[in-house]
Design a protein around this ligand. Structure first.
Ligand SMILES: Nc1ncnc2c1ncn2[C@@H]1O[C@H](COP(=O)(O)OP(=O)(O)OP(=O)(O)O)[C@@H](O)[C@H]1O
Length: 258
């Protein structure tokens, strides 16, 4: 779905990504984890074609160099939630979600666009906020509006769509964290792909198929959760002690810190 070889990125003479290799397949849920400043958002921005790398040909999306895609076409194949969503959007909630449908209509949304936004607003449990001012919502409610927006953006018949989500669990309570991850999982189970920056390693271990652990702009480990989440690798990346065990309910890898 999306791949890059030896991705290098620097800004103001600071090297931010160093020889990063990545290859995310169809139907895969990839969690990018790592300490603050490791380069997770930068990698997501490079993969999503939002910042340019040192060499133009580094990123391939569906086997075509990402810069060669027409932006209008690309917007139906991939969508992104940024880490810092705008806090100030002077629109109703339903109109912010409708922004996800802009690639599909001209001056007025069609019935299909309206239906699409309503479905994703139900899924993200914001349908009852539809007529509220976006600016009046809490942080977690705003986060769910943006999830509804990107899900509406990718509500189409294209095979193999791609979601980029930068810390989509920010501000969410425990139930909505799980609901968000369930929605992402459901999306990937339909042969779509999600690349998600997460800070909660236990949630990453429970939901993601693969983990990319970053440190200082480099890939420290890449593979299945049980391969990446070892005491040695986590302690090295985070400079913090941990113990690995099995989750007593779902048997996934569990990390205890301290
Ligand atoms: N334009 C820039 N100029 C200089 N340094 C930058 C620039 N953009 C990012 N950086 C630095 O690059 C590093 C990686 O930043 P990035 O936002 O990708 O990290 P991150 O892993 O997403 O961190 P966090 O978990 O804190 O969100 C950081 O040290 C950051 O300060």
């Amino acid at each position: 779905m999306i791949k890059g070889h030896e991705i290098n990125y620097q800004s103001q003479n600071v090297s931010i990504l160093k020889s990063v290799d990545i290859n995310v397949g169809y139907g895969e849920f990839l969690a990018i984890v790592g300490p603050n400043g490791a380069g997770k958002s930068s990698l997501l921005n490079v993969l999503a074609n939002e910042i340019k790398t040192d060499k133009k040909q580094e990123i391939f999306f569906k086997d075509k160099i990402i810069y060669d895609w027409k932006l209008e076409e690309l917007s139906k194949h991939k969508a992104k939630i940024s880490q810092h969503n705008s806090q100030d959007i002077p629109l109703l909630v339903k109109d912010v979600v409708m922004m996800g449908r802009y690639p599909y209509f001209g001056s007025q949304p069609t019935l299909e666009d309206i239906k699409s936004t309503e479905i994703t607003m139900v899924e993200t449990e914001i349908i009852h906020f539809g007529d509220r001012d976006y600016n009046s919502l809490s942080g977690g409610e705003k986060q769910r509006v943006h999830l509804a927006r990107v899900l509406a953006q990718l509500d189409n018949d294209i095979a193999h769509r791609l979601l980029f989500l930068d810390e989509p669990l920010n501000n969410l309570d425990i139930k909505h964290q799980h609901n968000t991850l369930e929605l992402i999982k459901k999306f990937t189970q339909n042969n779509n792909t999600a690349v998600v920056v997460l800070h909660d390693l236990n949630l990453a271990a429970s939901f993601a198929d693969k983990i990319l652990l970053m440190e200082k702009g480099e890939v420290l480990a890449y593979g299945a959760p049980e391969e990446v989440f070892t005491e040695e690798k986590i302690s090295r990346a985070y400079n913090f002690p941990c113990t690995i065990c099995k989750h007593p309910v779902n048997d996934s890898t569990m990390i205890l810190f301290g």
